[in-house]
Ligand binder design. Sequence first.
Ligand code: NOJ
Length: 588
Amino acid sequence: MYQDGDFRVSRRQPHGERWVLVTAPLTTHLIHPADSADAAWWRHAVIYQIYPRSWSDASGDGIGDLPGITARLQHLKDLGVDAVWFSPFYTSPQADAGYDVADYRDIDHLFGSLADADAMVAKIHELGLKVIVDLVPNHTSDEHAWFKAALAAGPGSPERDRYMFRDGKGADGSEPPNDWNSVFGGPGWTRVTEADGSLGQWYLHLFDTKQPDLNWDNEEVRAEFEAILRFWLDRGIDGFRVDVAHGLVKEPGLPDYDAELHILDGEIKDGSPRPPMWDQDGVHEVYRAWRKVLDSYGQPDRILCAEAWVRPQERAVRYVRPDEMHQAFNFDFLQTQWRAADLREVIQSSLEAADSVGAPSTWVLSNHDVVRHASRLGLPVGERRPNGIGPDDPQPDRELGLRRARAATTLMLSLPGGAYLYQGEELGLPDSTDMPAKYRQDPTFIRTKGKEIGRDGCRVPIPWEKDAPSFGFGPGAETWLPQPEVYGEYAVDQQVGVEGSTLELYRTVLRLRHERQLGTGGLQEFEGLGDDVVALVNTGQGEDTLVVANLGAEPVALPEGAEVLVASGELTDDGQVPTDTTVWARLA
Ligand code: NOJ
């Protein structure tokens, strides 16, 4: 570990009209102590998200599938990740791309069969990787057997009690039970037609009409989900990513919430009253029970990862207390603006918050719900994160976005804890930002009548080969969302073995992260390289790694004796770190 003054840096500083070289000592302070070298796998794993519709298509119908995935798994081994998380592949009418599950124990025919899933899981394990599946407990599909039974059984029945049915307000019950909206836009309640043809009760859906919310006060619901956990654990999977983990339990009485509902854009403001549908204390009991189920499977650990859009961080880490989940996505990191001070602050506060409950922090920059970071970081700094980018919106600067994305990832993968990658980011893939409206499928776009562009732009099928139909995604030329022409340039076969390509950068960074054991390292902050720089030392389990991300306008010199291990972009002729570049270095 470094002491103040152990290292000195020479840098050019303005001095009147001229620039002069000054040498200054660097000071450091510890922001996170090292984990033990043999910490459980999930405390430092890099987990790659596959969105099954869009990774690889074997059947040729233009939609990805499990046999297609199995055929290309070597890509992940070569990339150097530790685990794969699959967005839902269960039986589903696909009203929300599979986050509307009709049968939690079967595979949708679009993707294959349970036998295909077993073969895929076996292959992943053979490669030495872990498998995480998506669990969607907040709501089912309206085509789930339970919901159909609830409609048939009528008001007051045990079948209805599994969901959030209520009578409407007003003399004839024609007004919704409260004022909640759907996250996807429009009302959060839908009125049903009863078996006798009359207009009847209303059911709550925080998302699409086709995604009725379950009632987590109902014991049968709790028991069913524990059984679903066991079903997949018995098939050998290593963990679950838990969808809308902060939404299961609602405030009793379902009080009005006089505001628009958001989950995916981080608009739950610090200090505002806690919304009655999010982050209720009662939800933690559910995860304590699940943890017991997972722990009963013994070693190596099977894990739970929370998708919980919760602020502030002190509330968010309650999901990863020792007897609850193992990880939670760090959406604060994803939402941080490209400013050194903001990044320093979020890195420090994330680690502090996670350390306060003994959990590892996690890091993430992209997923299937947000504009890819190669595009997001090509938008002006300081603006609100858009929910999709359409042809009529200001377009991101593709070159700048990629440069910053590479720097951001190189910074992220130097940090201790777990990290999540989203398919295609290893290619530097931008969002599709000029997709015509007729192709769009995200319910957000449909329910807001196009006011919100939504998430289709980050869900476009992956390019594997530049000169093949659908860029090698599948045997057919058509894909369920159209691939922009420019995707050919990003294809895997254009990048493998090409020095300086984004794919080779990811491979190098992941290899070094593993070799230098950065996932379990301690973290020190280096001061003295300037306000526009994020400078850290990951102490690993042995040799230290200096990490310098330069977000300022001027190149930054590395401390004397630093030997560069990897850089997200070219250095200046005299070996300095240019703007929007991250470097890892060994310190002599
Ligand atoms: C979060 C998922 O990531 C998103 O894709 C989905 O639309 C909602 N939850 C509803 O399940």
